[in-house]
Design a protein around this ligand. Structure first.
Ligand code: SF4
Length: 266
């Protein structure tokens, strides 16, 4: 690892970062600087031990920048609308900060919590690839809509399809097709996933994704789960890690490069 950047240069860099933090990022060469600035911001947030709920805050920040960029940079028509819920019965992959943010919104909601616990039991043991055909309806779905729209996971925010007909074939008939994602949305989500994973790595926290129902049920067991996890308690050791995180991919190589770039600047 290169040496830490000197204090004056770091201060200057943080000043320049302000132009990018929390703003929608470009989908061209300019995105690199924005991704660096927002990753540094997330990592510094996660490293700030004075912030009690810093993991949930990081998830909220990541959701904000994802929403802002999707709103500005998604191209072409999107078929999704309220009442269209067909994708809400598949494997949902989340980072732990997203889980804590979601769990906070669910505390005290007994019926929903009971549904999460049941869905976690129903999800356990089903191999990830089989979830496409053995569907477990999301416990958060109510009246054909997401009942916790604000804290929903990053992946739920970014699944924007071009075609209702294709989604019906995929999620109702198990046709095995790929969702025809609206233009730019896969890349936008990819950038935000990289930012979150790099920031978690830079702050020494677990950075893998987990199946939502099982991780959420565990987080709901203890109101102090976030504090314990931030202190190093591996609360999610029994939940299977998303298989995509176990394989090398273009995203993991980009995350490595981002970590190497940001580390000397913290
Ligand atoms: S969290 Fe909300 S958007 Fe995501 S799968 Fe569940 S109901 Fe659907």
């Amino acid at each position: 690892m290169p040496e830490r950047m000197d204090r004056g240069k770091r201060r200057q860099l943080l000043k320049e970062d302000q132009a990018f933090i929390g703003r929608p990022f470009a989908m061209d060469k300019g995105s690199v600087r924005a991704v660096q600035a927002n990753t540094r911001h997330l990592a510094l947030m996660l490293l700030d031990t004075k912030l009690k709920h810093r993991a949930s805050r990081a998830a909220s920040f990541a959701a904000g920048i994802l929403d802002a960029t999707l709103a500005k940079k998604t191209e072409g028509a999107v078929a999704c609308s309220k009442g269209c819920y067909y994708c809400c019965k598949t494997y949902v992959s989340v980072t732990i900060p997203e889980i804590f943010r979601f769990a906070d919104a669910l505390r005290g909601k007994a019926e929903k919590t009971a549904r999460v616990i049941k869905a976690a039991a129903d999800s356990a043991g089903i191999p990830q690839l089989e979830r496409e055909t053995r569907r477990v309806v999301c416990p958060i779905l109510e009246d054909k809509a997401c009942s916790e729209y604000a804290p929903r996971p990053l992946v739920c925010r970014a699944v924007l399809s071009k075609s209702l007909e294709a989604c019906l074939r995929i999620f109702e008939d198990n046709s095995g097709e790929m969702v025809p994602f609206a233009d730019n949305t896969t890349d936008i989500r990819g950038y935000v996933v990289i930012m979150m994973q790099a920031a978690l790595r830079l702050s020494g926290l677990p950075h893998v994704h987990y199946e939502m129902n099982q991780a959420l049920a565990l987080a709901l067991e203890d109101p102090d789960a976030e504090e314990r996890w931030l202190a190093g308690d591996d609360l999610f050791a029994k939940v299977p890690v998303d298989g995509h995180d176990l394989a090398r991919s273009a995203l993991s190589s980009m995350t490595d490069m981002l970590v190497d770039n940001i580390h000397p600047t913290l």
